[in-house]
Design a protein around this ligand. Structure first.
Ligand SMILES: [Mg+2]
Length: 281
C-alpha cells in the first residue's frame, strides 16, 4: 500500500480519448487493457482530457473504473470529485462534481454560428439530429445523444475549407477560436484549451498532496498540442496511417502504434521507467 500511495503522488496521466486511448474507427480501448489495469492497480490518476462532453466522459469513467477529475470539451470545463472542493476556491458545486469553467456557455457559441450567412456551409452538432451525429462520428446512437448534450463548445463540419480564414477572423472578433480535432473543427471560447486545464488540475493535485506530481500527457491531434506543451512528459500517438502530426517539442515521445495499442505501449514503457527524461519508445 505504501508503494501505491507514493505512486499516486508521483504521476498524473492526462489523456485524450478519440484516436488516442480509443481507436479512431470503432472507439475501442481493448488494446489499452493491460496498461489500464496497471494504472488502476498502482493508483495512478487518469485524467480524461478530451473534446467529449461531461455525459460521455461520465459513461466512460464508469466502464473503465476511474474516479479521477476530468477535463471536458477541449478544456471548457474541469470536473473534480466533490472531495476536492476544499482545494478549489471558487469551484462551482455541481454534485457529485465541483466544476471550474474555462469555456463560454454553449448558448453563446451557438448564437455565433446561427448568425453566420448560410454561404459558410457549416453544420454543427446543434444542427444535427442524434442519428446524424451517430453517422458522422460512428458512435452508437445512445452515445451520440450524450455527445449532443453540450456545455461549452460546438464541433462542426465545413462544406468547403476555403471559408476557414474568414471564419477564423469572425470568431476572433467575438472572443472565440477554432481548434482542429480528429474528425471535426471545434468552435470554442478564447480563454480555454487543454493545456490551461491540465495546468490547473496539476496545481490542485499539488495543493492536495503537498507535492507537484510529474505530469504525462498523451494525444494525437492539434487540439492536444497545448496539453502536450503543458506536461512534463508529452506522448504523441500516430494516426491510423502511422503518421505522427508535425509537432516539435523537447523530449516528445512518439508512440509506435495508433490508438489504444500505441497508448498501451507508451504508458507501459513509462510505468516501467524510473526517470522520465525519455525520447522515443
Ligand atoms: Mg484525438
Amino acid at each position: 500500500m505504501t508503494g501505491r500511495k507514493n505512486r499516486k503522488k508521483e504521476i498524473i496521466l492526462f489523456t485524450d480519448l478519440d484516436g488516442t486511448l480509443l481507436d479512431h474507427e470503432d472507439y475501442s480501448f481493448a488494446g489499452a487493457a493491460p496498461a489500464l489495469e496497471r494504472l488502476r492497480g498502482e493508483g495512478v490518476p487518469l485524467v480524461f482530457t478530451t473534446s467529449k462532453t461531461r455525459k460521455e466522459i461520465e459513461a466512460l469513467r464508469e466502464v473503465l473504473g476511474f474516479r479521477d477529475p476530468f477535463i471536458s470539451e477541449n478544456g471548457g470545463g474541469v470536473f473534480f470529485p466533490g472531495e476536492y472542493g476544499p482545494w478549489i476556491p471558487g469551484g462551482e458545486s455541481l454534485p457529485p462534481h465541483v466544476l471550474v469553467r474555462f469555456g463560454k456557455p454553449y448558448g453563446e457559441i451557438r448564437r455565433f454560428l446561427t448568425a453566420l450567412p448560410p454561404s459558410f456551409g457549416i453544420r454543427g452538432f446543434g444542427d444535427m439530429a442524434a442519428e446524424e451525429i451517430a453517422r458522422f462520428t460512428g458512435l452508437p446512437p445512445d452515445q451520440a445523444k450524450l455527445a449532443a448534450e453540450r456545455d461549452f463548445t460546438e464541433p462542426f463540419l465545413l462544406e468547403n475549407d476555403a471559408v476557414l480564414p474568414e471564419l477564423l477572423a469572425r470568431a476572433d472578433r467575438e472572443g472565440l477560436q477554432i481548434v482542429r480535432g480528429g474528425r471535426f473543427h471545434h468552435l470554442v471560447g478564447k480563454g480555454q484549451d487543454k493545456g490551461r486545464a491540465v495546468l490547473f488540475v496539476a496545481e490542485v493535485f499539488g495543493k492536495k498532496n503537498g507535492t507537484r506530481p510529474v505530469t504525462i500527457g498523451v494525444g494525437d491531434s492539434p487540439n492536444d498540442f497545448p496539453m502536450l506543451e503543458a506536461v512534463d512528459v508529452p506522448v504523441l500517438i500516430p494516426h491510423p496511417d502511422g503518421r505522427h502530426d508535425a509537432l516539435r517539442l523537447p523530449g516528445l515521445i512518439l508512440a509506435p502504434l495508433p490508438g489504444s495499442r500505441g497508448w498501451n505501449a507508451a504508458v507501459e514503457a513509462l510505468l516501467d521507467r524510473r526517470d522520465f527524461s525519455g525520447k522515443r519508445i
